[in-house]
Design a protein. Sequence first.
Length: 567
Amino acid sequence: MPQRNASESVIDAARFGALPDDGRDDTVAIARAIASAPADRPIRLVLRPGRYDLAEGANPGSPRTAIAFRDRQGLTIEGHGAELSLTGLVNTFVFERCAQVGVRDLTVDWKRPPFSVGEVVRSAERSFDVRVWDEFPVTGAETVGAFMDYDPATRRPRRHGLDVYDAVASVELTAPQTLRLRLKRPIRLQPGVLVVLRHQVYSYNAFLFARCKDVRVENVTVHTTPGMGLVADVTEDITLDRFRVVPRPGGRRIMSATADATHFSGCKGTVRLTRCEFEGMGDDAANVKSGLYLTVRERVDDRTVLAQHNLKFQNPPDPGDMMEIARQDTLLPYATARVEACSLEPEHAIHRLRFAEPLPAGLQVGDLLGNASRVPKLRMADCVVRHNRARGVLVQTRDAVIERCRFEGCTSSAVLVIAESAHFFESITARNVTIRNNRIEGCNYGAAMVDGAIQLCGLLRGFVYSRTPGVHQGIRITGNRIVQTDNAAVLVASSSDVRIDDNIIERACDMPTSEIGRQAIHVRSSRNVVIEGNAIDPAKQGTGYRQAIGIGPDVEEKTIRVRARER
């Protein structure tokens, strides 16, 4: 956190009318306080303890952002325990092109969360009725972007339950607090289960850092947001210490953020997460990626291509960035090229990339371009992830260490090391990843379920594993305790130079969804894999367990070594 210095300008938001606990909207007052700050000096914005009200559309300069900072060098926000209480669809904080940023000691929440919880009281093939709990008032005007079913006893996502997006055609209020959802396709829910209806899934984040540098967020809590807890986009060196995305205590909210707790795209330097707590999100606890693969659509000349993301998202590289070129049907990089210039046709998200040197003669339409200059180190330590939809952490970067963390009740894998050309086209292939001394319990049992509680894979179109070793390289999985998972404890696919040692595995293969899921450790399409010193007692495994270690297809068997303790 930046320290106070003589040149720093201290701004008390109360002097501009931002008074806590007065029931008045504070958006404009805080904007006035920010506008008063000198442009040429570091600033410290101080909030007094208490609750501040912020609303969609109230900030005249940024109607979809409550608090915005742009082009600041040296910026600290001291919350002193303040709570920001928001209304509507709005980002809480947006920081653009800021450096030496510190945020600490505050809470973000929504008065009316962007989701509802209730009991399914009627179900038909293309509709169902929900008696929504009273603390989530509804009118029938709500939209529903996604829904999941939850166990009424545990209030956790149901085992092998529903995970539905873009299926609701209309919403109608049929009685007080009772919604009828008509569906675009047949989906059957079980009467009596709980359902969480996400009215907004993405787009409105508690924190967004875009092209920032040297960021530290500490002792900050997000109870909910209609999007992600924190997004960092093309940001260099960011540390989250005691950053929490958790449901508000004392009520019946069983979701926190409607999407990821944290999402890091195209960052540089180091992403650090220490002593963080993530619970009940609608998506991953952390996604750390170099960005998105751009697919070559046309080779214009020997130094220029037109490229586009699979879903037409924009992800332009900067001049000087190094792009790795890979075949889409293997994900293996075969060449690199340095960007000289990039222009964008926004309507179709066509990226015109000109390179500093001639492109390889073998470059083909359909090849993938991944940004190898935006690969931050990841250091995730002493964090807790509980009861969220999907993964604990997605690793799509290089030089990562995940250690001493606890992953409990993630519906998908605790740690997923992946690169893919299946749908989202997220990049990049991983190198030098260590997953050590973590506790993984009750993970990979429901929404977004995969084959392993810890999984390494390259995923191709059709959602099949790349059959080529070496997509990911230099992976160490050591000293972890993995307890109760429905499929395999560890899946290694499309990888090379992997070591799996001194792990304790119990109750693996508890309710497998595939043959891979009947093996505690499964290896396929890989080479140079060492498996040794793992404790896998057959008497302590799940009902679907068949063997400790399974070797699948496309493995270079002479390079696979299995030693000791495995049975």
